[in-house]
Design a protein around this ligand. Structure first.
Ligand code: SAM
Length: 241
């Protein structure tokens, strides 16, 4: 298990100052559609993510129960989180869903002999089924969506997990209401300025606070929602069905 690093008040203030400066710089930059964003960065994607979350990728399997046979990974991308999962659970059956064909191709090349079931789809729309998986996982994917949109995904995940199963999320969580509010304000502003239709996904971070995040999970039916790890803005949350 990883050791948490919780920011001091001073560190949060420093972070918020830097975030505000960055948001100002980004405000009038062109917006990138979700799939285009990842397709353009396919060559550098893994290095960028590993530089930032190497520890979390390496240890994500620690947060699962010792027996795990079926796993649903939403927004699986190139499957960085699956490396540790396959090491710990070599015979596991994984279903991965992602919007980006290029990311999925890269994943398929890496895990050719694992029999992974890959689905090229929008996870909000694709039906996950009922009580199919021992556990579900999302890693750094859901912080691009608003509270109301995310409600649906937690309901679907709750339904897809077997009784006694659980959901693990490693994601970007806002440190305070102000962070959530200023990111969301900028997201709405940039979408409006760029005339982005409501149904188009864009690559802009809009993290929720932990309180809002947990609220969503509990509303979907999950019980015992706990933060198992925290490193500045990154948290690993586990929710039981
Ligand atoms: C930052 S990447 C994370 C990928 C992988 N989980 C990892 O940590 O390396 C986010 C992924 O979520 C996918 N994604 C975003 N929105 C999605 C949606 N609505 N349906 C399916 N996949 C989505 C993107 O295509 C991208 O591959």
């Amino acid at each position: 298990m990883l050791e948490s690093k919780i920011r001091t008040q001073e560190e949060i203030e420093q972070y918020m100052t830097e975030l505000k400066t960055w948001l100002k710089q980004e405000r009038n930059n062109p917006i990138e559609e979700m799939t285009d964003f990842f397709t353009k960065r396919l060559g550098i994607y893994e290095n960028v993510h590993l530089e930032r979350w190497a520890k979390e990728y390496e240890h994500i399997a620690d947060y699962f129960n010792s027996e795990l046979n079926t796993l649903l990974d939403i927004g699986c991308g190139t499957g960085l989180e699956l490396e540790a999962i396959y090491q710990r659970f070599p015979r596991i059956s994984v279903t991965g869903i992602d919007l980006s064909e290029n990311m999925l191709k890269k994943l398929q090349d890496k895990y050719k002999n694992k029999g992974i079931k890959l689905i090229l789809a929008d996870y909000f729309e694709y039906p996950f089924g009922t009580e199919q998986y021992d556990a579900a996982l999302s890693f750094e994917t859901l912080h691009h969506f608003k509270y109301q949109k995310k409600q649906k995904i937690y309901e679907k995940l709750f339904q897809a997990i077997k009784q006694g199963g659980y959901y693990i999320e490693c994601d970007y969580i806002a440190c305070c209401n102000e962070e959530e509010a200023i990111c969301l304000e900028q997201y709405e502003y940039r979408r409006k300025e760029n005339n982005i239709p409501d149904d188009v996904f864009v690559h802009i971070d809009i993290p929720l606070t932990l309180e809002h995040q947990m609220d969503l999970m509990k509303k979907a039916g999950f019980r015992d929602v706990r933060v198992l790890y925290e490193n500045c803005g990154t948290m690993i949350i586990r929710a039981e069905k």
